[in-house]
Design a protein around this ligand. Structure first.
Ligand SMILES: Nc1nc2c(ncn2[C@@H]2O[C@H](COP(=O)(O)OP(=O)(O)OP(=O)(O)O)[C@@H](O)[C@H]2O)c(=O)[nH]1
Ligand SMILES: Nc1nc2c(ncn2[C@@H]2O[C@H](COP(=O)(O)OP(=O)(O)OP(=O)(O)O)[C@@H](O)[C@H]2O)c(=O)[nH]1
Ligand SMILES: [Mg+2]
Ligand SMILES: [Mg+2]
Lengths: 277, 292
């Protein structure tokens, strides 16, 4: 428990533990504590309250400034949603469709997961709930074909935002990662003037593997933002500090539940505060 | 790997002559970091390090020509002991049907593992029925039905029924009427801190008296694995654990965390999305994986 008392080295250990318990990881934790000690000297920090506040400030700075989703009026916007299995891609797409539909945009979603059982039915239900159009093919179809059709349908129907769902895939499966590269190339080719966001969805309960996920997905496609889901649980998702530091990919959104409204913009200050709450 | 790191660390220390206990303590910091980097829970790491310290500062290390490798050998052996040690066979009912209840966080892999278990146990001579108790997730029942169709194994569901314990109860009765000796119940993903949904599981448990409550845990889970395992175990008393998505490159330290904190055996691991991708858990393989 940190209060306004003067502190000693044991407080650094306490804070180090807190960071490790929140999945910040060994390296990023070492960096933050080293930075903390350095600034404590420079800024003559004396009480434990100030120390805690300083660490929060350093964590916030590491996360960078608030970076909203990119969206441009009067053009086709394409969001490609990717990530490993079960992290919340399909549900997040439902939430995004809801947000933009409510904001007055013409939204369409594409059922790019043609592999997993009932994947397109699941997205269909979200599309209906959000009141947006859906493009899907039969199970087992080529995902590239779905994406191709969706891009053309989006253009002909003057869609403002097309959100593409993809099958969960582990980043160490090279054939699946290559498939993702192919989907990206189709978007580039069929909608060269579209604004693109490639959103990597990461589950807040994930440990150090999330950093590897960010590294590997970013090698295949230009990941432009991260969605951190399931923050309504007890996991804090501290791994995003390591991702921000190492990969410099902005965290743009957080998932805080299973309903359409459970999506928030990522606020680095709020997140840093929650880490040390 | 860890062996080399330890050798290097100890070489530095040993430069000044015979290794001391203090030197070993410093070397154990390397082990601590390796386990943390593998997602083993901090408290579990602490307990583990203090448990092996006695062996690590004993003669087998201090007198060894390769103390670093010796420490790794001890760590590996102790990890295997911790991860294994209990039988990981499924408890079958003396009077059928055997009821298996799959529980866990959202997206852990319960529905897929339900299908895999159905296929595996049918291969072992069982006559299974799958029961769809996820009434919340869009197309959850269809997902399980699709898997059942693939396997030609029936799926019991009560579309529109929101009382999950009732679905489970009727599913079990249906199995008994059909002479099926195995009931596998898939449930909705839920947060361990969601009191209403945890109560729902208790109601299901009361209604069907499962022979195995299996906690399904995503193999890439981090420090939170301890909270989750503890909560599910306190609420239901789990009988076993299934770690999923171990076909990925996650180190899988969560396996050690959940085993250490619940004492319950890890029975299976999921190693792919296909319905045949289920393996029996091997402590020695997991120990090697965690140590990287
Ligand atoms: N508590 C909580 N659950 C979530 C959140 N986002 C998604 N989920 C749940 O996580 C589970 C998986 O969500 P999906 O949207 O199917 O995940 P996915 O990444 O599309 O999964 P695959 O397509 O199978 O790879 C579902 O039960 C969702 O309701 C969140 O922010 N909080
Ligand atoms: N690579 C891999 N993927 C898996 C494994 N087990 C399940 N999956 C995938 O993980 C995702 C989630 O699996 P589900 O079975 O829907 O998970 P769930 O726990 O039932 O999800 P909820 O019902 O939403 O809580 C799907 O994409 C599955 O195909 C596994 O062992 N390896
Ligand atoms: Mg999906
Ligand atoms: Mg499920």
């Amino acid at each position: 428990v940190i209060t306004g008392r003067k502190f000693d080295d044991s407080l650094y250990e306490e804070l180090e533990e807190l960071l490790l318990l929140h999945d910040v990881g060994v390296e990023a934790t070492a960096y933050l504590i080293a930075e903390l000690k350095k600034q404590v000297k420079e800024r003559k920090i004396a009480t434990s309250d100030e120390l805690r506040h300083l660490l929060q400030e350093i964590a916030g700075k590491t996360l960078g400034s608030k970076q909203p989703l990119r969206y441009q009026e009067d053009t086709l916007n394409v969001y490609l949603v990717v990530g490993v299995n079960g992290v919340g891609k399909t549900t997040t797409i439902g939430k995004l469709a809801e947000r933009f539909k409510k904001g007055g945009s013409k939204v369409m979603v594409a059922a790019g997961d043609t592999f997993r059982a009932a994947a397109s039915s699941q997205l269909q239900i979200w599309a209906t709930r959000a009141g947006v159009a859906l493009v899907s093919h039969a199970d087992g179809a080529d995902p590239a074909a779905v994406v191709f059709d969706a891009l053309h349908a989006a253009r002909s129907r003057h869609i403002d935002l097309l959100i593409i769902d993809t099958a969960g895939r582990l980043h160490n499966k090279s054939n699946l990662m290559q498939e993702l590269g192919k989907i990206k190339r189709i978007i580039d080719r069929e909608a060269p003037n579209a604004l693109q966001e490639i959103l990597l969805v990461i589950d807040a309960t994930t440990g150090q593997n999330a950093l590897v996920q960010a590294q590997e997905f970013a090698q295949i496609v230009p990941v432009s933002g991260i969605v951190l889901t399931k923050l309504d649980g007890t996991a804090k998702g501290g791994i995003v500090l390591a991702i921000a530091k190492e990969q410099k990919i902005p965290i743009k959104l957080i998932g805080i539940g299973e309903k359409l409204a459970d999506l928030r913009d990522f606020d680095p200050q709020e997140f840093a505060a929650a880490l040390f709450a | 790997g860890l062996g080399e790191k330890l050798q290097a660390a100890l070489k530095l220390l040993r430069g000044k002559g015979k290794l001391t206990e203090k030197d070993i303590s410093l070397a154990l910091r390397e082990v601590r970091m390796a386990l943390l980097a593998a997602d083993v829970n901090l408290q579990v790491v602490r307990d583990f390090i203090s448990a092996i310290k006695e062996r690590a500062v004993g003669g087998e290390v201090l007198e060894s020509l390769t103390p670093g490798q010796q420490i790794v050998k001890i760590v590996h052996e102790e990890l295997v002991k911790l991860l294994g040690g209990t039988t990981n066979r499924l408890n079958m009912a003396s009077k059928p049907p055997t009821v298996l209840l799959l529980v866990g966080l959202q997206g852990a892999g319960k529905t897929t593992q339900a299908g895999k278990l159905a296929q595996l146990l049918r291969k072992q001579g069982k006559f299974p029925l799958l029961v769809a108790c996820d009434v919340y997730r869009p197309a959850a029942i269809l997902q399980l039905e699709t898997l059942g169709k693939k396997l030609d194994i029936p799926v019991f569901s009560l579309p529109g029924e929101m009382n999950v314990a009732e679905i489970a109860r009727q599913g079990k009765e249906s199995a008994m009427r059909q002479g099926r000796d195995l009931v596998i119940i898939d449930t909705a993903g839920r947060l361990h801190i969601d009191e209403l949904l945890m109560q729902e599981l208790k109601d299901v448990q009361k209604a069907v008296l499962p022979h195995e409550v299996l906690l399904v845990v995503d193999g890439m889970t981090g420090q939170d694995a301890v909270q989750v395992a503890n909560s599910f175990n306190s609420a239901l008393g789990i009988d076993g654990i299934i770690m999923t998505k171990l076909d990925g490159d996650t180190r899988g330290g969560a396996a050690l965390s959940v085993k250490a904190v619940t004492g319950k055996p890890i029975k299976f691991i999921g190693v792919g999305e296909k319905l045949d991708a289920l393996e029996v858990f091997h402590p020695d393989r997991m120990a090697s994986r965690i140590l990287g």
